[in-house]
Design a protein around this ligand. Structure first.
Ligand SMILES: [Zn+2]
Length: 414
């Protein structure tokens, strides 16, 4: 199997004063365009809610019945018309502006297909990134990155662009600590992916524990995340008491933004550590495909699944590629309802039920470990490597302390 590989590398950039002003202007224009396009879609949707025979006072925007929904292509096309009317739109590079429409479209798709919330208007300063979707030639020369219309911006290439990769897209992000460029790299040659061979490992992502592996290891979420979250709450409460428009409020906003960034960095760091830890154990790793899993679950926790785990799987994929570990996602449906030892369907478990206990073969293990084992078996079966032999009773004794302690506690409880 061969595939094209995508990598995202994030670098700090240092625009000078005039470039920074230009970038801030662009962000503001993009925000206005975003809000305008969202309002257009919203009005169309609201006009369809209004009954024909009862003219509602709430929906006074009467849009003709035959007018089609302003989708991505229509809105993108309307941009060139809007430019004639509002010349300030021309300040922004046209592709960057088109990307804003794509972004809104994505938000709507998440709303429709993955039951995210209805897209919201962005307040001042809430749109923090812009996408440059296309580059004819390599924009990075020496210590500079050349952005269309902006010109050469100083960049800190703290790690080199790997050989055989070209710059596909550049996302410019304004964070609390400064400006960053997230560079999307694509391999220009097709790289043969790693052949699946050697030890295999299945992992289950959970809400209670971060990860359970088919080897019986449970990796908990680090405690400091909870501490950081409470610190964040405290700062946000303080912020809410500050007077609007005051200098102290601005300072408080800065503090909250910096903490958000710190949490993001800490989480990413943790993800990399776990990914390396897993890749050191096995040559083949299987994980659940979250897109399928999110659909199989209720409204609850979908955001958690997407935000935390999606990011982790991306990291894991990257680390696995770097370390020549074969990585594949498998169907996650019903992984917690099957006995990994004998394959019997044991039925749905309540969230509170932490132990898997098979009525058929008597196999007992942690609930998430059982799910991870099923994931591993599915992955191996999909590769045609056959299902691993059923786990013997002794193996449970060999599992790391964490599990046996949990088991003991569970036994005591029951
Ligand atoms: Zn069983």
């Amino acid at each position: 199997m061969i595939e094209v590989l995508n990598l995202n590398y994030c670098y700090r950039i240092y625009p000078d004063a005039s470039q920074e002003k230009e970038l801030l202007d662009w962000l503001e224009i993009c925000r206005c365009v975003y809000n305008y396009a969202l309002a257009e879609r919203k009005e169309w949707i609201n006009s369809r809610k209004c009954q024909v025979n009862a003219c509602s006072l709430h929906y006074e925007y009467i849009i003709p019945a035959d007018q089609p929904f302003p989708d991505y292509y229509k809105q993108k096309k309307a941009l060139s018309q809007a430019k004639k009317q509002y010349p300030e739109l021309k300040q922004v590079q046209s592709q960057v502006l088109q990307e804003v429409m794509g972004r809104l479209d994505k938000a709507f798709n998440f709303f429709w297909k993955r039951s995210f919330g209805f897209p919201r208007f962005k307040k001042s300063g809430q749109l923090r990134s812009m996408n440059f979707p296309q580059f004819k030639e390599n924009p990075i020369t020496g210590a500079q990155i050349k952005l269309p219309k902006i010109g050469g911006v100083l960049i800190n290439l703290h790690r080199p662009i790997p050989d055989g990769f070209i710059v596909k897209q550049v996302q410019v992000v304004k964070k609390a600590s400064g400006w960053y460029a997230v560079i999307c790299l694509q391999s220009d040659v097709k790289i043969p992916s790693t052949k699946p061979q050697g030890n295999s490992l299945g992992i289950d992502l959970g809400l209670e524990k971060f990860i359970a592996t088919s080897q019986g290891e449970l990796i908990a979420r680090p405690k400091f995340f909870g501490e950081l979250q409470s610190k964040l709450k405290w700062l946000q409460r303080r912020l809410s008491k500050k007077q609007k428009g005051s200098k102290n409020r601005l300072k408080a906003i800065q503090k909250v933004a910096r903490l958000h960034e710190h949490i993001y960095n800490t989480r990413k760091n943790f993800h990399y550590q776990v990914a390396h830890h897993l890749c050191a154990q096995a040559q083949i790793i299987f994980a659940e495909d979250l897109n399928l899993k999110a659909m199989s679950r209720g409204m609850l926790c979908k955001h958690t699944l997407d935000a935390g785990f999606g990011g982790f799987l991306e990291v894991l994929k990257h680390v696995a590629w770097k370390r020549d570990v074969y990585f594949e996602k498998v169907d996650a449906n019903f992984t917690s309802q099957i006995c990994p030892n004998c394959g019997v369907v044991t039925g749905k478990k309540e969230l509170s039920q932490r132990v898997h206990e098979c009525f058929n073969c008597g196999f007992v293990t942690d609930r998430d470990v059982a799910a991870a084992m099923v994931v591993e078996q599915r992955g191996l079966a999909a590769l045609g490597l056959g299902v691993k032999l059923p786990v013997e009773e002794e193996v449970i004794e060999d599992t790391p302390k964490k599990v046996s302690r949990a088991d003991r506690r569970n036994r005591k409880a029951s």
